[in-house]
Design a protein around this ligand. Sequence first.
Ligand SMILES: NC(=O)c1ccc[n+]([C@@H]2O[C@H](COP(=O)([O-])OP(=O)(O)OC[C@H]3O[C@@H](n4cnc5c(N)ncnc54)[C@H](OP(=O)(O)O)[C@@H]3O)[C@@H](O)[C@H]2O)c1
Ligand SMILES: [Zn+2]
Ligand SMILES: [Zn+2]
Length: 347
Amino acid sequence: MRSTVGWQVEGPSSTLRRMPLERRDLRPDDLAVRVDYCGVCHTDLHAVSARDGGGGRPLVPGHEFTGVVTETGPAVTRFTVGDPVAVGNIVDSCGECAMCRAGQENFCHGFPTLTYDGIDRHDGSATLGGYSREYVVRERFAYALPAGLDPAAAAPLLCAGITVWEPLRALGVGPGTRVAVAGLGGLGHLAVKIAVALGAHTSVISRSPGKADDARRLGAHGLIVSTDPEQMADARDRFDVVIDTISSPHDLGPYLRLVAMDGTLSHLGDLGPVTVETMDLLVGRKKLSSAGSGGRPETAAMLDFCAEHGITADIELLPSARVNEVLDRLRRNDVRYRFVLDMSDLD
Ligand SMILES: NC(=O)c1ccc[n+]([C@@H]2O[C@H](COP(=O)([O-])OP(=O)(O)OC[C@H]3O[C@@H](n4cnc5c(N)ncnc54)[C@H](OP(=O)(O)O)[C@@H]3O)[C@@H](O)[C@H]2O)c1
Ligand SMILES: [Zn+2]
Ligand SMILES: [Zn+2]
């Protein structure tokens, strides 16, 4: 085993503590990555909160990170020591099912191996995430970080970015498409940037009127305040695609009513079961969809697109030792628009 150090949930209070961690010895097709920057996703917060009261597998969050290759297994062909790499929220899949063969490893019938809080398919160990100084990953699930992308601001592309990229692409968003993004947070602000770069006429739906200037700076045409019934009524049936990135359970009705006839609401929040009033779908023949993560080809395509268009996240970069404060602020919606942890303080 290899030794490293990271931030692990300890005890019933869901506080993260700096702990020694073990990584597996390199398999032939593995890379060792020095983790430099790791984004803080709202899913990390859901996972930490779920540990309230203690119990469960060891939890080291973090599933959108960038760093540098420090060692390669003998069968590695695409990377050498010193290469900048990026890793997202899945690190393995069966490689054989129809989804894997179609390049949608994120939908692997055997379920993809999650970067943290997952189970390694070979040795059955619990996967520990990127809030740590080193990660060992199968070469297939590491991506070359394109030159020109700031490695700290690019880290959130690997979860937040790809999670909004796949539905935007799958729903055919392009010039002329009317897109609304509900919830202007980590996923939401990248959805705005990417939709704008794809040529869509893009709006934001937010309960935070104070984000209106930011929405325009990100390229949106405007911000609809979700708590203002008049603004919501004016926006009825106006959008071909609504990307819903809201991080708390909410009534889908008001958002479905903004979808145009035959349009789609893509619900991306990691929120468990939701209820839908079928009349909200029936009137206007609307579609409710979801998505999560991305396959290898689309992840690489998203990174190329972001490099070409100069898209990275708007980040607040903090030393990893401030992780508990960061999670608190994320819980209070005090983020514009993604926290990234600088892991160099773990040396
Ligand atoms: N499907 C996937 O694979 C996947 C991947 C990553 C994340 N997720 C999930 O996606 C969700 C968003 O993640 P994130 O990292 O973007 O979170 P985030 O940065 O915290 O942003 C969430 C946004 O939702 C809005 N919001 C929060 N609470 C709300 C409430 N009670 N009512 C209405 N709006 C509310 C806020 O926007 P405004 O202030 O603008 O209203 C907030 O900025 C989380 O549930 C996360 O677990 C899913
Ligand atoms: Zn995430
Ligand atoms: Zn598979």
